[in-house]
Design a protein around this ligand. Structure first.
Ligand code: PLP
Length: 347
């Protein structure tokens, strides 16, 4: 009997709670709500959301995922979109989503304040995605592990092939991670497709794990779980700032880079609020939150201070990255499936 009473009370309480959530969801809707899919590090995502909520009173619901995962979710939800805006993460899945009609064109009044590379991203996607930051790909190594294991300090992509690095290299899976897709596209542009895949197969012998998120290998290096981590240089700098014994390397052969991007979702239920976020995210005040949360990319608004910790793009041998080609739907699908078939499942 007691049990039953408790059950009834619990059911009534649950009903009251859900009625309350319904009411508060309604209230949030009235003052304005926004659903953001965020593609950078959790700390930066939260910093952006908190600042935007403070400034506008708009309630934000945020989900953090890697670039390829956000793309897959936006595609799966296309008939009934949950998100209003996709902020951050490498540009390639934003470009693919633009081509597939999952996102919509928008010209922010802030466009005139942006770096050329950010505007080019917008032009190439026919106004459907815009550059919000940029950063170069590279790798890092744990200086203590390199010394204790007697491994020569790697300086070039070619140095990652030494048998001394067997099971000592970590990188993400390009299906989920924009970082790892940037590696795939970079190696092909540097070496050509055939030699590039030969390189990825050879480096596979040294890979201890393909992680889901692109920044995970930088953390693993800091914890001493892997000697070498391939990641965006700025994500490795974050670990160095936290005093990890890590050296950041701009590979000697040259390297690729990303244009972190932002897109409005087609069918967004809170499109006006999404546009408010979009315009705000292009201001120096919003872009400064990156460095404040230890993300050291180069921001896209010319007036946003470049954090002194950010790797200097002018000092890095950057390839002439073909964002249109490697962000195109067919090419991205083809390369990911080739990588799955020819690299991932090798012993
Ligand atoms: N974290 C930061 C700070 C980034 O700039 C990026 C890329 O834009 C990522 C993470 C990449 O995330 P992922 O490789 O997991 O898609």
């Amino acid at each position: 009997m007691k049990l039953r009473t408790n059950f009834v009370a619990a059911t009534m309480l649950a009903g009251a709670v859900s009625a309350f959530s319904f009411l508060s969801a309604g209230a949030a809707q009235a003052q304005g709500a926004l659903v953001v899919y965020c593609g950078v590090q959790e700390e930066w995502c939260r910093g952006m959301v908190n600042a935007f909520e403070r400034e506008t009173g708009i309630k934000v619901s945020m989900t953090r995922k890697s670039a390829g995962e956000v793309y897959a979710q936006v595609k799966a939800e296309a008939a009934n979109p949950r998100a209003d805006i996709w902020w951050g993460g490498t540009g390639d899945p934003h470009m693919q989503a633009a081509e597939e009609g999952l996102t919509v064109e928008y010209k922010s009044p802030k466009m005139g304040e942006l770096q050329d590379w950010a505007v080019r991203q917008w032009e190439q996607s026919k106004g459907k995605t815009v550059g919000i930051y940029s950063g170069a790909l590279g790798f890092g190594y744990n200086t203590e592990l390199v010394k204790s294991k007697g491994i020569p300090e790697p300086k070039c992509w070619a140095d990652l092939l030494t048998t001394k690095l067997k099971d000592e290299v970590q990188v993400a899976d390009p299906n989920s991670s924009g970082t790892a897709y940037t590696l795939l596209a970079t190696i092909i542009q540097l070496m050509g497709e055939e030699k590039g895949f030969d390189y990825l197969k050879a480096v596979h012998k040294n890979i201890n794990q393909y992680t889901k998120s692109g920044a995970a290998p930088a953390k693993a290096m800091a914890l001493g779980e892997t000697t070498v981590g391939i990641a965006f240089m700025h994500d490795i700098v974050t670990m160095v700032v936290d005093k990890a014994p890590i050296k950041v390397v701009a590979p000697c052969e040259g390297t690729g880079y990303e244009i972190g991007s932002m897109s409005l979702i087609k069918g967004a239920k809170n499109l006006d609020n999404a546009k408010k976020f979009y315009d705000w995210a292009l201001t120096p005040a919003a872009q400064k939150i990156g460095a404040e949360t230890k993300s050291y990319q180069v921001p896209s608004n010319k007036a946003t201070p470049v954090p002194p910790e950010a790797p200097k793009l002018a000092d890095i041998k950057l390839i002439n990255f073909d964002f249109a080609k490697y962000g195109s739907s067919d090419e991205r699908k083809r390369l990911l499936s080739k990588w799955d078939n020819e690299v991932k499942n090798l012993p």
